[in-house]
Design a protein around this ligand. Structure first.
Ligand code: IPE
Ligand code: IPE
Ligand code: MG
Length: 248
């Protein structure tokens, strides 16, 4: 299928029969986007939140099964307090709006990360959106909030050890599939494609276990400038690759 965009001369071709089932995105570059315009970093986060809305809606329209986005890492607490509170305020605003519209869209929302460090009001909103959308069958959008891949693995190890102590699990019989169920992403298939905008070529503690065989796509475009067309470009690139999983 070819998608045409009003302002672009060339369309991006993707094969709708071979869509990745699960796309994960590191939403990076908001600060630099704002800096280039002489704006405060929080202005970049505000535009980045709009980009997230556009991309999540498009993912649903395309028919992706899962979209996972990195919104706030376990390391992002190192940032100035007013930047953190502006990101949290944007999340709160987004979740209020999602609650209004999610019945129509049938989008299922989930959160990966330790929510207990968030403001209680925001925690309650996260739980509320998860509860409302639990039975929805549209695209599942996972928002990684206070998420870190190492933190996730450590928690999984702790939970598994606790199950062993209680006699509910046996260290000698732990499989990869069983261990996956201790992760925040339990039940969600691994991402087929991980996209990182902003020009950084690193993983920054994102989905360390789950991305073992994901395809990576890096682009210099900053997240606030990311668009439907950029997503199509990433999908087209992904569709040109040969996934061998260690085979031939
Ligand atoms: C991503 O944009 C948003 C978060 C990490 C919360 P940044 O704020 O990291 O933007 P840059 O990387 O400084 O441009
Ligand atoms: C990764 O971006 C985290 C999110 C996008 C939420 P960062 O901007 O925090 O990552 P580094 O510092 O460039 O590795
Ligand atoms: Mg960054």
């Amino acid at each position: 299928m070819a998608f045409f965009h009003r302002r672009s001369k060339r369309e991006v071709q993707i094969d709708m029969a071979r869509l990745p089932r699960h796309i994960a995105i590191i939403m990076d570059g908001n600060g630099r986007w704002a800096k280039r315009r002489g704006l405060p970093r929080k202005a970049g986060h505000a535009v980045g939140a709009e980009t997230f809305r556009t991309v999540a809606t498009f993912a649903k329209e395309l028919g992706l099964d899962y979209l996972t986005v990195y919104a706030f890492s376990t390391e992002n607490w190192k940032r100035p307090e007013d930047e953190i509170s502006s990101i949290m305020a944007l999340l709160e605003k987004y979740l209020h709006e999602a609650i209004e519209t999610m019945a129509k869209d049938r989008v299922k929302m989930a959160f990966f990360g330790d929510l207990s460090l968030l403001d209680p009001k925001l925690q309650a909103l996260c739980h509320e959106t998860e509860r409302i959308s639990r039975t929805y069958d549209g695209c599942q959008v996972n928002i990684c909030l206070n998420y870190g891949g190492r933190d996730e693995l450590l928690r999984a190890a702790q939970a598994f050890a606790a199950d062993c102590v209680e006699g509910r699990a046996d260290p000698g019989h732990l499989t990869q599939a069983a261990f996956s169920n201790y992760l925040f992403s339990a039940g969600v298939p691994d991402p087929d494609l991980v996209i990182r905008p902003s020009g950084e070529v690193r993983i920054s503690n994102f989905l360390l276990w789950q991305s073992a065989y994901s395809e990576y796509y890096f682009t210099d475009v900053l997240w606030p400038d990311f668009s439907k067309k950029e997503l199509l470009r990433a999908i087209a690139d992904y569709q040109g690759r040969s996934r061998r999983y260690g085979g031939v």
